[in-house]
Design a protein around this ligand. Structure first.
Ligand code: PLP
Length: 282
C-alpha cells in the first residue's frame, strides 16, 4: 500500500513519523474522509474546502493548495488501484518538543494520506441499523473536523458494545448528531436535522441530502429536536461519507415507526445513489 507522507509517496512500511508530532501528543490537527466510487473522488471540492476551514479554525496553515491535495488523493487512488473505497487525509501541526502553546517559529504542518478499498454497506443500507442514545460530552467546537476524537470514540464504543451501529448523541435533551454521522428524523413528511452550528459537524453527505430534499420537494426544518421526540419520529436515518443515507430502524432497541426503513428515507437513499456512478450503484 502506497501512503502519502510529508511530501512523498512511499510504501506503508517505510513511513516514519516524529515521536514529537503534535498530532500524537495533543490530537492537534484536522482530517477528512472522502469517498471513491468507481475510481473517482466524490464531492472532493466540498471535503477539501471543509479541511481548509477546519485548519483555519485551529489557526493552522496547510502547506498545499486544495488542487494539490486533490491531485495527491487522485494519485493515491490510482497507484493503489482503488475502485470503491475512501481517501483519508490528515494534517497535524507538526513536530516540536511537547508544550501546549504553538511553537515559535511555527512548526510545518505534516500532511499524511492513504486510499483504501471499502465496499458500500449494501445489506445495512437495505435493512437499516440500530442506534443507541449516548450523552454528548464532547467540547463545544464540533464544527471542526479535529483529530481529537475521544468523545466520539467512547460514544461509538458504547454503541458497539450494545450491538448498535452508531451512537445517537444528545446534549441533555437535545439530539445533536452521531459519533461519526449526522442524524435526521422524519415526522409528518418533514425532515428534521440539527442546525449546522458549533454543536455538530456539518456533514458533506448531510448537505447533499438537504439539497436532495429540495430537489424532491421534501420539506426540511433545520431545528434541534429532543431525544423524546426522536422516539416518536415516523422515520429516522443517519448520513456519512461511508454510510451514505442509512435507515435507522431501532433507537435503544425500540422500533422507529413501523420498524422498517421509511418511504422518505428510501426516496432520499435512491436519490443519493442516483448521484454516484451507475457501475457502483448496481
Ligand atoms: N459528524 C461527525 C462527528 C463525523 O465524524 C462525521 C464524519 O465522519 C459526520 C458527522 C458526517 O460527515 P460527512 O458526511 O462529511 O462524512
Amino acid at each position: 500500500t502506497i501512503y502519502f507522507v510529508d511530501g512523498l509517496f512511499m510504501e506503508k512500511e517505510e513511513v516514519t513519523i516524529s515521536i514529537d508530532d503534535r498530532g500524537y501528543y495533543f490530537g492537534d490537527g484536522v482530517y477528512e474522509v472522502m469517498k471513491v466510487y468507481d475510481g473517482e473522488l466524490f464531492t472532493s471540492v466540498e471535503h477539501l474546502s471543509r479541511l481548509f476551514q477546519s485548519a483555519a479554525k485551529i489557526k493552522m496553515t496547510i502547506p498545499y493548495t486544495e488542487t494539490q491535495l486533490v491531485d495527491i488523493a487522485k494519485e493515491l487512488v490510482k497507484v493503489n488501484s482503488i475502485k470503491t473505497g475512501h481517501v483519508y487525509i490528515q494534517v497535524t501541526r507538526g513536530a516540536a518538543p511537547r508544550q501546549h502553546h504553538f511553537c515559535e517559529p511555527a512548526t510545518t504542518p505534516i500532511v499524511t494520506a492513504y486510499a483504501i478499498q471499502n465496499p458500500r454497506p449494501e445489506s445495512k443500507l437495505q435493512q437499516g441499523v440500530g442506534i443507541k442514545s449516548v450523552e454528548d460530552v464532547r467540547w463545544l467546537r464540533c464544527d471542526i473536523k479535529s483529530l481529537n476524537l475521544l468523545g466520539n470514540v467512547l460514544a461509538k464504543e458504547e454503541a458497539h458494545e450494545n450491538g448498535c451501529f452508531e451512537a445517537l448523541l444528545h446534549r441533555g435533551e437535545t439530539v445533536t448528531e452521531g459519533s461519526s454521522s449526522n442524524m435526521f428524523g422524519v415526522k409528518d413528511g418533514t425532515v428534521y436535522s440539527h442546525p449546522a452550528d458549533t454543536l455538530i459537524l456539518n456533514g458533506i453527505t448531510r448537505q447533499v441530502v438537504l439539497d436532495l430534499c429540495k430537489d424532491n420537494g421534501i420539506p426540511v426544518k433545520e431545528i434541534a429536536f429532543t431525544l423524546e421526540e426522536a422516539f416518536e419520529m415516523d422515520e429516522f436515518f443517519l448520513t456519512s461519507t461511508t454510510s451514505e443515507v442509512m435507515p435507522v430502524t431501532t433507537i435503544d432497541n425500540r422500533p422507529v415507526g413501523t420498524g422498517v426503513p421509511g418511504p422518505i428515507t428510501l426516496t432520499l437513499q435512491q436519490a443519493f445513489i442516483s448521484k454516484i456512478p451507475l457501475s457502483v450503484a448496481g
